[in-house]
Design a binder for this molecule. Structure first.
Ligand code: NAD
Ligand code: UD1
Length: 340
């Protein structure tokens, strides 16, 4: 099966391509390299032995997309491409709506023209806003508190309307919880540019000596130890979730919505301790005020994905921290700029 992977050079996309190859699928990547490096391709080859086809380009270019879709006999699209930094989205809302919302509409329009009617979209647990209770199920109310989250919600709504008007399409909304970890080889991982926004890459950079200490945003939440609790999911489990979705519902007309989480919450302090164990290094930290927009706790009920797709996260927090540490310690500055 040939699958177009937008944003396939990025963190989740690159890991998903590896798992697709293992499952006998053929990923074809398009990416504008806005938040990724060409050397990712060489790393995918080192791990899989396969030269994945990569075409540089932007999802907002309809003529380009249509040409790629038609020329490659694509059966499905997995759509990762987009911008994802919450703080930046508050400063640059137009860029976020342009890339995430407009970009997705252009992609769907190009798919329609090329006659490709199967789409998997990268959504986020952020669409649940501040949930009334945990664990979170797919039918919980949705809301947004920042432009990034709103862009995901708007896309979900646009795709829902589009699927209703085009009932022969298969559209799958995958709501990721907190993806962390790396390929177990240590060759691929998360490579944020500048100061990391998210917890795991920040801890990893403290452990490797790139940053002095972690600021823990809030120690007065109503949680086990006062720090925020999240559902961390290994990126390899998340990658497998895409293959399960392609196989399970990728050819089944309808709108399919799934939580992809591990179904268990860990506090910031628990993650710090797990990382200290994995790396053998102490992680210096200081408590800081709560971060605007943060919630106390959030974890998934992913039983719908287990029931419908036969998918379940299996990798432990120890694997998440060990694999992240292998990637970070072997690649302290992330990916090299150029293809090796
Ligand atoms: P990433 O930034 O590592 O990957 C996204 C890729 O898309 C990058 O390689 C970037 O260069 C590319 N891209 C961006 N705009 C593009 C455009 N206009 N045209 C072509 N390529 C473009 O991000 P990621 O962590 O791999 O996330 C992938 C998707 O999953 C995103 O849509 C993100 O919003 C969503 N998501 C991520 C998380 C997370 O914690 N990482 C959580 C929930 C949802
Ligand atoms: C964040 C985004 C969310 C996005 C998700 C995945 C916000 C408000 N939410 O979720 O929209 O879908 O990333 O990309 O940004 N923490 C610290 N110190 C740090 C970093 C984080 O204490 O330096 C804490 C946070 O307060 C939180 C936990 O660690 O309790 C996890 O934070 P993070 O990794 O940023 O993920 P989320 O906030 O869950």
């Amino acid at each position: 099966m040939k699958v177009l992977v937008t944003g396939g050079m990025g963190y989740i996309g690159s890991h998903t391509c590896i798992q697709m190859l293992a499952a006998g699928m053929t990923p074809i990547i398009i990416d504008n390299l806005y938040n990724s490096k060409p050397s990712v391709l060489g790393r995918i080859k080192e791990v899989t032995g396969v030269d994945v086809q990569f075409i540089e380009g932007d999802i907002r270019d309809k003529a380009f997309l249509t040409k790629v879709l038609k020329a490659n006999d694509i059966q499905s699209v997995i759509h990762f491409a987009g911008l994802k930094a919450v703080g930046e989205s508050v400063e640059k809302p137009l860029e976020y709506y342009d890339n995430n919302v407009h970009g997705t509409l252009v992609l769907v329009d190009a798919m329609r023209e090329a006659g490709v009617s199967s789409l998997i979209f990268s959504s986020s647990a952020t669409v649940y806003g501040d949930p009334a209770s945990v664990p979170i199920k797919e039918d919980f109310p949705t809301s947004a508190t920042n432009p990034y989250g709103r862009s995901k919600l708007i896309v979900e709504e646009c795709l829902t309307d589009f699927q209703h008007a085009n009932p022969d399409w298969s559209i799958t909304l995958l709501r990721y919880f907190n993806p962390v970890g790396s390929h177990p080889s240590g060759k691929l991982g998360e490579d944020p540019q500048g100061i990391p926004n998210n917890l795991m890459p920040f801890i990893a950079q403290v452990a490797v000596g790139r940053r002095e200490h972690l600021s823990i945003f809030g120690n007065d939440y109503p949680t086990i130890d006062g720090t925020g609790v999240r559902d961390y999911i290994h990126v390899m489990d998340l990658a497998d979730g895409h293959i399960a979705a392609l196989n399970g519902v990728g050819a089944k007309a309808g709108l399919h919505t799934y939580n992809l989480g591990a179904g268990k919450g860990y506090s910031v302090l628990e993650m710090v301790q797990a990382f200290e164990k994995a790396s053998g290094n102490p992680i210096a930290y200081q408590f800081a005020p709560r971060r605007a927009g943060d919630i106390a706790e959030c974890w998934a009920d992913s039983s719908k994905a287990e029931h419908d797709l036969g998918w379940k996260a299996t990798r432990t927090v120890d694997e998440m921290t060990q694999d992240t540490w292998r990637w970070q310690s072997h690649n302290p500055q992330g990916y090299p700029d150029e293809q090796a």
